[in-house]
Design a protein around this ligand. Structure first.
Ligand SMILES: Cc1ncc(COP(=O)(O)O)c(C=O)c1O
Length: 496
C-alpha cells in the first residue's frame, strides 16, 4: 500500500499502514487460540461421565517465539519482591528515575563492558581498543525496542536511508518505516551475514547511480533469525567502514552471552574509535537488552551506549517518550551481575546448547550412516541450515526442492511453501514455528520468505525433543510425499 494513500479515518495514519505486522506475534496468537481450543475440548471430555482420561489438555509446543522459558533469575525476582514489599522508605516508592535510569545500574553496565570485553579476556590485542563508555553515555531503556525508537529518532531524519540485512529482525524495517526513513536492504552473503564487503558494494552502487547515501546501519550479531555471528575482524572492518563513510552503525548485541564457541563474541565498542580523527566514538551505537541472556523479556528493560554527540537528543526524547524505563525492573536488574545470578544464567546457556544439538541432530547430513528414520530426510545440515553460531534459533531454507506451487483448478493454486508448512505443522502436530516471511525482504524476487522458516529453541529440552519428533514424522510422512506427488502432477517447482 502506498504511503501516500489517504487516511480514510478508520484505519490509522497512512504511515502506520505501510508497517507490516510482526508475524511471530500473529503465529503466537494462533498457537494460543489453538491451546484454548484444546483446553475447551479437554474440559468437555472431562465433564462426560464415561471419561477417565485426565492427563490434562494436550499442549501446543511453542518453538515460534524467542522467549526464554526460564523466567528472571532468582536473585532478580527476589529483589523485585523485596522492593515492592519493603516498608515504604522515601527512596523506595518506585517513582520515576532519571531519564537515563538508575545511576547504580548504569555503573554496573559500564563495569560489565570492562569485565567481559577487556579485563575479563586477556587473549586478544583488540581488547586495548575497547572504548570504555562513560556512565553519561549509558541509557537504560524500555527493552531494546525502546532503544530503537530513541536511537532512530535521535540519529535519523525522515527520508534518511538506513541499511538493514535482507534476512533480519523485522522490527528494524517496521519501526524505521513508521518514522518515515527509507530502507536500503543489503543482501546477506553465503554465510548469512552482512560484512564490510556487502555494505561497501551497496555504498558504491548508490554512488554510481546517484542514489541517496546511506546514513545508518542496524544489524544484530548473533543474528535473529539466522544465528550467524560476525567474527571480531568482520565487526572491526564494518565499524571502520562506517566511520570512514560517516554512517551511524547500531550494533544490536541483544544475544550476547548466548553463543556456542564457534565465533568469539566482540562488541562494536571495541572498534568504535577506528578511523575517527578524534580517536573517540562518533558513529557506533551499541544496543542491548535484559530480554535474552538475562531471561527478563517481560520486564521491558534494555540499554544502549551512545556517542556523546547524541546524548542530549536522546535525553530529551527519553524524557518525552518514556520518561524512564520501568523503575521496579531497574531496581531488580541491579542483581544481574551477581555471581550466583551469572551461574544461574549460564545453566540456561547450557540448556540452549543441548536444545540446539537436539535440533541440528535431526537434519540429514552427507555422511550420515545411522538410522535415517529419525531424520528430516533430504533436508541437509550442510546446505539447508544457517550457521546457528549464537542466539537460540535454527533458520532453515527449504531450497527449491521442498517447495512448490500446485495448480488446482481455475486460477487457484495450492501453495506448498514454508508458510503452508508452518500452518500445517501447527494444525496437525500442534508445533508452532515461524515462517521466513517475518524476516526476509518482502521485495526479494526469489521470495525467500516462503522458502525459509525459523525454529526457536529458547524453551525446555523435553519440549524441543518432542516437537522435533513430531516434525520429523510430519516431514517424512506428509510434507515430502505431498511435494513428490505435486511434482509428479507437473506442478511448478519454483515460487514466483
Ligand atoms: C535481534 C532482536 N533485537 C531486539 C529484540 C527486541 O527485544 P526487547 O525489546 O525485548 O529488548 C528482539 C526480540 O526478539 C530481537 O530478536
Amino acid at each position: 500500500m502506498s504511503s501516500k494513500k489517504k487516511n480514510d479515518g478508520n484505519s490509522g495514519s497512512s504511515r502506520s499502514q505501510i508497517v507490516r505486522s510482526f508475524k511471530v506475534m500473529d503465529v503466537m496468537r494462533g498457537a494460543n487460540e489453538l491451546q484454548e481450543k484444546l483446553n475447551r475440548e479437554h474440559a468437555e471430555r472431562k465433564a462426560s461421565p464415561e471419561t477417565t482420561d485426565d492427563d490434562g489438555p494436550e499442549k501446543v509446543l511453542h518453538l515460534e517465539v524467542g522467549q526464554p522459558e526460564s523466567g528472571a533469575p532468582q536473585a532478580v525476582a527476589s529483589a523485585a519482591v523485596e522492593a515492592l514489599t519493603m516498608p515504604r522508605a522515601k527512596e523506595n516508592v518506585m517513582g520515576y528515575t532519571d531519564a537515563f535510569g538508575l545511576t547504580d545500574l548504569r555503573h554496573k553496565i559500564r563495569q560489565h563492558y570492562i569485565d567481559k570485553y577487556r579485563s575479563g579476556d586477556k587473549e586478544g590485542s583488540n581488547n586495548d581498543a575497547l572504548q570504555v563508555p562513560d556512565v553519561s553515555q549509558i541509557v537504560v531503556t524500555t527493552g531494546s525496542s525502546g532503544a530503537f525508537l530513541l536511537a532512530f529518532t535521535a540519529c535519523f531524519d525522515p527520508k534518511d536511508t538506513v541499511a538493514i540485512a535482507s534476512s533480519g529482525y523485522p522490527c528494524y524495517r517496521n519501526i524505521l518505516q513508521a518514522l518515515g526513513c527509507s530502507i536500503a536492504t543489503v543482501g546477506i552473503n553465503d554465510e548469512y551475514k552482512i560484512t564490510a564487503t556487502e555494505l561497501e558494494k551497496e555504498i558504491q552502487s548508490r554512488k554510481q547511480t546517484s542514489s541517496p547515501s546511506i546514513k545508518g546501519l542496524i544489524l544484530s550479531s548473533p543474528s535473529n533469525p539466522t544465528g550467524s555471528m560476525l567474527t571480531p575482524q568482520e565487526l572491526k572492518e564494518l565499524c571502520e567502514l562506517c566511520n570512514r563513510e560517516d554512517i551511524v552503525f547500531m550494533s544490536d548485541e541483544i544475544y550476547h552471552g548466548i553463543s556456542y564457541g564457534n565465533v568469539k563474541e566482540a562488541t562494536a565498542l571495541q572498534y568504535a574509535a577506528g578511523n575517527t580523527k578524534s580517536n573517540s566514538n562518533r558513529n557506533i551505537v551499541v544496543i542491548n537488552s535484559f530480554s535474552k541472556y538475562y531471561s527478563m523479556p517481560g520486564w521491558r528493560l534494555g540499554w544502549m551506549v551512545v556517542p556523546e554527540r547524541f546524548v542530549q537528543s536522546i535525553n530529551k526524547l527519553q524524557q518525552n517518550m518514556f520518561i524512564n524505563a520501568p523503575t521496579v525492573s531497574q531496581t531488580a536488574a541491579l542483581k544481574c551481575w551477581d555471581s550466583n545470578t551469572i551461574e544461574e544464567l549460564e545453566t540456561h546457556v547450557s540448556k540452549y546448547r543441548a536444545n540446539r544439538a537436539a535440533i541440528l541432530n535431526r537434519f540429514d547430513t552427507k555422511d550420515r550412516s545411522d538410522d535415517t528414520q529419525n531424520v528430516l530426510k533430504g533436508l541437509m545440515l550442510e546446505t539447508n541450515v544457517a550457521p546457528a553460531d549464537g542466539g537460540f534459533y535454527v533458520y532453515v531454507d527449504l531450497g527449491e526442492d521442498f517447495v512448490c506451487m500446485e495448480p488446482s483448478g481455475d486460477n487457484n493454486e495450492t501453495v506448498l511453501d514454508s508458510v503452508k508448512l508452518c500452518e500445517l505443522l501447527l494444525e496437525r502436530e500442534h508445533v508452532a514455528v515461524t515462517p521466513g516471511i517475518d524476516f526476509e525482504d518482502p521485495e526479494c524476487p526469489q521470495n525467500l520468505g516462503r522458502r525459509r522458516f525459523r525454529i526457536s529453541y529458547a524453551g525446555g529440552t523435553q519440549i524441543i525433543t518432542k516437537a522435533m519428533d513430531k516434525f520429523v514424522g510430519f516431514w517424512n510422512n506428509v510434507w515430502v510425499p505431498s511435494i513428490a506427488a505435486a511434482k509428479k502432477r507437473g506442478s511448478k517447482r519454483k515460487l514466483e
